[in-house]
Design a protein around this ligand. Structure first.
Ligand SMILES: [Zn+2]
Length: 336
């Protein structure tokens, strides 16, 4: 029995190996040239759908109606991304175990369906003292389909980041989602709710500028956080609105100027928040939509006869300069 390879056979094997190495090298280089691999991209039909859930605001023993509603909305709308805009949990969580259970409650509807999701914090999330925001964010990020990120550590807040959405070919970013931590309560002389800090506004401006530079044009965006800007009230009073305003806006007393930067950068088409559970209006303010989603959580306050729900956004790759949005309510399912 021969223990060596004949020359022609050896030559063939070496040639095959060389070809394989070359192909791999070309593939790796092509990958490097193409740069970033995008987690999110427009579907082949040219659309991208986002569902906003806000103010679940519950503890480890979540109200089952909240989960039923989240599941129904996801099955009906089939979104490509879910954003949770704060107050996922509240002071009913007394221990690390409680918090992890509360986080798991809100994670499951998306995880079971393999839908990408991302969170920002509200004022109630850090009411409990068992876990810091950093620790909670790590817990969210441990889920396979969660796209939340810590964001820069040298600016205010935990979880200021952006999510790029690539075109349907997955080649270049054509839309952007800003996620900001709008804080909790203002300390010192002012009181009331926190305002978005200058360091966060600077981060937004730098991000927006570098995206514009890299892509040769403004990359249109939506912005999500928890507490409404003071401009919401002014926008509502101007009257170009749809939806409900059942309570006065609980905005910060100080206007730190994020909206002025949004005007100057020209990329953000809409700013959407939660916090005021029974508001779901969208107000046009100098071409930017300032809007709410009413809350999804049954374990916290609402208004009699005002159904819980979620906000839906539909983007079109063919024209990213605008977007469609509507509320999907629990009453839509109960009264078909
Ligand atoms: Zn709130």
């Amino acid at each position: 029995m021969k223990t060596y390879l004949e020359f022609p056979k050896l030559f063939k094997i070496l040639t095959a190996a060389l070809v394989l190495i070359s192909i791999t090298t070309v593939m790796v280089c092509a990958g490097l040239n193409e740069g970033v691999k995008y987690n999110l991209q427009f579907k082949k039909d040219g659309t991208f759908k986002i569902v906003q859930f806000t103010d679940v605001q519950d503890g480890p023993d979540i109200d089952q109606r909240t989960l039923r509603l989240m599941n129904k909305v996801l099955d009906f709308e089939k979104p490509d991304l879910v954003v949770l805009t704060g107050d996922m949990l509240d002071g009913r969580c007394k221990s690390v175990k409680d918090i992890k259970k509360a986080i798991d409650n809100v994670a499951q509807p998306m995880e079971k369906r393999k839908i990408s999701w991302a969170v920002v914090f509200g004022n109630h999330d850090s009411e409990q003292k068992a876990m810091t925001k950093e620790e909670m964010l790590k817990a969210y990020m441990s889920y396979p389909h969660d796209l939340s990120r810590r964001g820069p550590e040298n600016i205010d807040g935990v979880g200021n980041y952006n999510l790029l959405i690539a075109d349907s070919k997955g080649k270049k970013p054509v839309f952007n989602i800003y996620m900001l931590d709008s804080g909790t309560y203002a300390t010192g002389r002012v009181g009331g709710y926190d305002w978005i800090k200058q360091s966060q506004i600077n981060w937004y401006r730098e991000n927006s500028t570098s995206l514009k530079k890299a892509n040769g044009k403004v990359v249109p965006a939506l912005m999500f956080f928890h507490i409404p800007l003071p401009e919401f009230k002014t926008a509502w009073s101007k009257g170009d609105t749809t939806g409900a305003r059942n309570k006065a806006e609980c905005s910060p007393i100080i206007n730190s100027g994020l909206f002025a930067s949004v005007m100057e950068m020209g990329d953000v088409e809409g700013i959407f928040v939660g916090h005021d559970h029974t508001n779901d209006y969208v107000a046009n303010y100098f071409g930017v939509k300032l809007g709410y989603s009413r809350n999804v959580g049954y374990g916290t306050y609402g208004k009699k006869g005002f159904s819980r729900g979620a906000r839906v956004f539909l983007l079109h790759e063919s024209d990213t300069s605008c977007f469609e949005t509507w509320m999907r309510l629990d009453s839509d399912f109960n009264n078909p």
